[in-house]
Design a protein around this ligand. Structure first.
Ligand SMILES: Nc1ncnc2c1ncn2[C@@H]1O[C@H](COP(=O)(O)OP(=O)(O)OP(=O)(O)O)[C@@H](O)[C@H]1O
Ligand SMILES: [Mg+2]
Length: 306
């Protein structure tokens, strides 16, 4: 069974088409990511799946249920972190955690969750006094309280510092190991690439690609680049040598830096071997592999930030 099934989902606000006839499944136990730029339709999609917004047309099933009409039954089985959510300013962190625990029939103990999310020192702080990153971490903690089968994260790490971001990545990987299904949205391509089993790229309300990050990267045929610096007098020979390796497509030099364009995982090793065999010393080896960012650029003609 699929954890989530979306068929021909469409959501229109007035004349604005936010989501245009999208269909996809999320498998049980996978980390599924929806990535795309601001305004692409990620929050609209995830909130239709959560039952918080009503689709204009199309159907959504979550654990086989209708998220709008069977909301109460579903609520016990899913965890939701909203992109924007506010609690009562005067509510203390520990009160929020306890309050949420009381809502569920089989809650996970909140103390270890608070500890995990780095909230132990803030338990007596009022929600209104929390920093943006602390609020975000509290919202993630609250999403875990129901001991859910599926967890929805809308912009998991937006507003978090690099250290908290890495901690959230580990959290998602742990949830996956525990067999939970994770549906997350992000505009960070590296986050999607690192965390997700499968990624749907959404742009202007359409899914433009959906596959594993590896397949997405290999299907768009973007190049791997290997950059090495060699002594001035060896540039000509180095160029000839690296151009001859099996996975090189072309190579050029900029001063004493050589840039080899090619494909595949073997290219860096081939370049290093070719230089080594020719007795050419090299320094500052750098490999630039294609990323999901390149995939987005190739599919839409834009970088995700523009
Ligand atoms: N309640 C609403 N009323 C009217 N328009 C809306 C509403 N919610 C979203 N939109 C519009 O629908 C489009 C998709 O918005 P949505 O919030 O789903 O995008 P998003 O991908 O989550 O963006 P972000 O990365 O900024 O969170 C945008 O053009 C947005 O302005
Ligand atoms: Mg959003």
């Amino acid at each position: 069974m699929n954890a989530v099934e979306v068929r021909n989902l469409r959501k229109v606000y007035g004349t604005k088409v936010a989501v245009n006839d999208i269909s996809f499944d999320v498998r049980v136990g996978e980390v599924f990511g929806m990535v795309g730029p601001n305004g692409a339709g990620k929050t609209t999609t995830i909130e239709c799946i959560e039952g918080l917004r009503r689709p204009t047309s199309g159907t959504v099933r979550v654990l086989g249920m209708d998220p709008v009409h069977e909301r109460n039954a579903l609520q016990q089985r899913v965890g939701i972190q909203l992109q924007q959510s506010a609690l009562q300013k005067r509510l203390k962190v520990k009160e929020a955690l306890q309050l949420f625990s009381d809502l569920y029939s089989n809650p996970a103990p909140w103390q270890p969750i608070a500890e995990r999310l780095g909230l132990s020192a803030s338990l007596n702080t009022h929600f209104g006094d929390l920093s943006g990153g602390q609020r975000q971490r509290l919202n993630i903690a609250l999403a875990l309280i129901p001991n859910p089968e599926i967890v929805f994260f809308d912009e998991l790490t937006t507003g978090l510092d690099p250290q908290s971001r890495r901690a959230m990545w580990e959290l998602v990987q742990d949830l996956r190991r525990e067999g939970k299904t994770v549906f997350l949205t992000t505009h960070l391509m590296d986050e999607a690439e690192k965390l997700c089993d499968r990624v749907a790229i959404i742009d202007h309300g359409d899914i433009v690609a959906l596959d594993t990050p590896q397949n997405l990267i290999s299907t768009v045929d973007v190049e791997t680049r290997v950059l090495v610096t060699v002594p001035e007098e060896a540039v000509a020979e180095a160029l000839a040598r690296v151009r001859a390796v099996p996975h090189a497509i072309r190579a050029e030099s900029k001063g004493s830096e050589i840039v080899v364009h090619g494909s595949g995982d073997a290219l860096p090793v081939e370049v290093v071997n070719a230089l080594w065999e020719a007795g050419i010393q090299f320094a500052s080896l750098k490999v630039e592999r294609p990323t999901l960012e390149d995939v987005f650029l190739k599919l839409t003609g834009r970088t995700i930030r523009s």
